[in-house]
Design a protein around this ligand. Sequence first.
Ligand SMILES: [Fe+2]
Ligand SMILES: [Fe+2]
Length: 477
Amino acid sequence: MTVDPSVARYATLRNLPPLAGLCSMEAAVHNNWSVEQSVERLKRLHYVLKRLHETFTARITSEPIYELKTAFSYHGYLCAEHVTAIRKRVGEMREPPLGLEKVPHPALERMMDEVLAARTTEELVAGIYSVIIPAVIEATRKLRHDAHPLADAPSVRLAKLLEFEFQEIDGFGQQAIGCLISAEAESRISDWRRMLESCLLAAGGLDGTGEATEPIPAPRYSQQPYQYQKEPQRDARFCDGFNAGVNPEAFLYDQRFQARDKTLMMYYKRLREIDVPEMMASILHELRDVEPWEFHMEMSRQLWDEARHAMMGEVGFVAQGLDWSKIPINFTWSRNLNLQLDARERHGVLFFIEQGLMPRTGKRYEWEVGMESGDPLSGMFQDFDWADEVLHSQIGRRWYVPRYGSLNEALAYGDRCWTKVVSHWREYLQQGLTQHRNWWPELYLAACQRWQVTPDPAALAFQQTYEDSRADLQKLS
Ligand SMILES: [Fe+2]
Ligand SMILES: [Fe+2]
């Protein structure tokens, strides 16, 4: 479009940047944009991000690789944040019904169904990080370029923030592809990847700005509806996952032991929290069509926090020079909850446990132990862990408690659900799934060696298990 020369002659006071720095006057006099176009593009992005959030979440539990579990937790959360922002923006431009739950194009649905149903880790990683994420970034860049910088500044801002955060996801994804997908795997995947790319072509691009040049390809993995795999999987570094031979809470709350020694149990408890995303994913997946988007947004934040807590534990072990893969990071909590309870019951257990973290003996106590321990990293991690748990307790009060008559009823329900979970402690032993080996002395001795201190004989002799008590030290019947 040609611009009238008078536009170029326009001057601001003392040549200050015009238009609050959004753009030049030449860029601002263009008029080839509309609310309609903005809404259509945002809705397509919204659909893909919402489905991507669903995929990241659904695949956390069955994905064995720990680094992917934590990355899926983070990337799913980022998708949720941008879905929320887009929903708000569309709501600013349109009267309800906003039509946000409508599928914008069947080819996009096919593509997202296929990625959700990817058979292997390699396919999942390739589908998400080599097809979907680059397509999201491209659509975002185009939106940023095409949207009117002044009239549609709020959408341009959304696009900028989205692009910024998705470049980080893309950076992770490209590295992950390099680490996980061999040339041999690549040749197995390439057909399916091309099929995903055909879906994009059939949709006229993710944002619909291109010509629809191809028919929608036939489904390959998504002929049957996706089945969520509720049994948590772990990679080879996670040994002896059924082991419940050490009760870290019993150690932590025992007055006889020193704060310094307790930091090891706290790092263990943090790392073990990778079981919370594995369990929360099942709640989100089962309630995906039942609860409103706001529920999913807040619960995804909580899920991501729990993955962060696990990584804080991982960092703690690394900082202490201790190899966490030598000790069992138990997974029977997420496994039992996922296999024995429904989504509402699991949410009840989660709320009951998190509410129990609030009193004096809970997160404040862990922070005090960390601060007193002489290990400032432990103190800092517990400081933020505490802050996160306060948020989680509020999320529970918003999204769980109102389903029950009162806070007390909601708590009692959660407690009952937890009591219902059979721990199978003896069965695991009898079936030879674990010996419930007491791993504490070897971890403690290794730490004392690094600290160059003599082990406390009472701490070294600690041997309480989960055989007859839960993590909140309630006796099991
Ligand atoms: Fe946590
Ligand atoms: Fe939490």
